[in-house]
Structures are given as structure tokens and as C-alpha cells.
Design a protein around this ligand. Structure first.
Ligand code: NI
Length: 198
């Protein structure tokens, strides 16, 4: 009886653990941003390249999706594809502005925003994704153009985040947004693969 009990407990533990891992995998399909200790020019070049190709890669994912399919969440408590695309547009617009503030002011304190609440606004929930794809195309073209022209001094400039009190260096932020692009791309791509829509 005792053995039966301990086998049952182990089994329950394994199942619970698997569920946690699966949910974590759904939430962070490429893991969290793991910034190298030393950021080299090669890192920056490859991050800028990711940002440069992102909107076209994203657009290709949606080629054959219906309006209804776009309203499918990528995880049980996750955003729909539509919300993810509008979130990317909102988030990367903030990022673009933060780069510009930092390049023109001395360690500015940036303005945080409630991304979860933004994703619940009517446009994020129902608007055609083409609007945000066009926006992302424009923002990324402008951002990439700007980033390519930055000097080492510029890349080492920083802003302060009011919520975390952290000082964020621009070269780190380039990597962060390249990761953020791939992170949400993977949410959508993995969903399409699971649903056999790709
Ligand atoms: Ni995000």
C-alpha cells in the first residue's frame, strides 16, 4: 500500500511538472532573453539583421489565415494571433521612441505602459492585422536605418526604466527587441504548426 502511494505521488509530481514545463514552453518558446556578457559588433549586426527582416517574415506567416483563425490564442491564457501582432506594433513603437529619447537626452527616464491593458483595447482585439503589419514595416525600416548609423558612444548611452529602476544600455536594447521579435514569432509559428495551418 505504501509503495502504491509513493508511486502515485511520484506519478502526480511528474504529470504536474510536465504541465508546468509545457506551459513554460508555450510562454517562452525560445527561452528568455539571454544577453551575452560582452556585446560584440557581430552581435549587434545580427540583431539589427533580425529586426530588418522581421516584418516580412511575420507577414509570410499569415498569408493563408482566415479572420477567425487570427482570433485563436497561442496558449490557454495567451493572446490571440491578432492581439500579438497589434502588441508587437505597440511595443516596437515604444522601443523606437525610447531609442530616440536616449540619443537626444541624458539618461532619460522612459514612460512605461500597461501592455496587457493595451492588448485588451478594441483595436488590439478586432482590427485587421494589416494595419499593424504596415506599422511594423515602417517602424522597423526607420529603426534599422537609425541603428546602423550609431557610433560606439551612442550604443553605450542608456535610459532608466521607472518600474525596474534599471539602467538599460541601447546596445542591450537592440538585442532585447530582436529577441522580442523572435519570441512572439515563435508563439505564432508554433500555434500554426500545432493546428496544421502552416
Ligand atoms: Ni511582448
Amino acid at each position: 500500500m505504501q509503495i502504491f502511494k509513493s508511486v502515485l505521488i511520484t506519478l502526480l509530481f511528474v504529470i504536474l511538472n510536465m504541465t508546468t514545463i509545457d506551459l513554460e514552453q508555450l510562454k517562452y518558446p525560445i527561452g528568455k532573453f539571454d544577453c551575452p556578457n560582452t556585446i560584440t559588433p557581430e552581435h549587434i549586426k545580427s540583431w539589427i539583421s533580425i529586426l530588418g527582416h522581421f516584418s516580412n517574415r511575420l507577414e509570410k506567416l499569415f498569408k493563408n489565415l482566415t479572420y477567425k483563425q487570427l482570433d485563436t490564442p497561442y496558449s490557454p491564457d495567451g493572446w490571440t494571433i491578432r492581439q500579438v501582432v497589434h502588441h508587437l506594433s505597440d511595443s516596437h513603437q515604444h522601443s523606437y521612441t525610447r531609442f530616440k529619447w536616449t540619443l537626444t537626452e541624458d539618461k532619460p527616464i522612459i514612460k512605461a505602459y500597461e501592455e496587457k491593458d493595451w492588448a485588451e483595447l478594441p483595436d488590439a482585439k478586432t482590427a485587421p492585422i494589416e494595419m499593424s503589419l504596415l506599422h511594423l514595416k515602417a517602424i522597423h525600416s526607420k529603426l534599422v536605418y537609425l541603428l546602423k548609423s550609431l557610433s560606439i558612444d551612442d550604443l553605450n548611452k542608456s535610459f532608466n526604466h521607472p518600474e525596474t529602476n534599471e539602467e538599460v544600455v541601447l546596445k542591450y536594447n537592440i538585442g532585447m527587441y530582436a529577441w522580442h521579435s523572435n519570441h512572439h514569432y515563435a508563439h505564432i509559428e508554433n500555434l500554426l504548426i500545432r493546428k496544421n495551418w502552416k
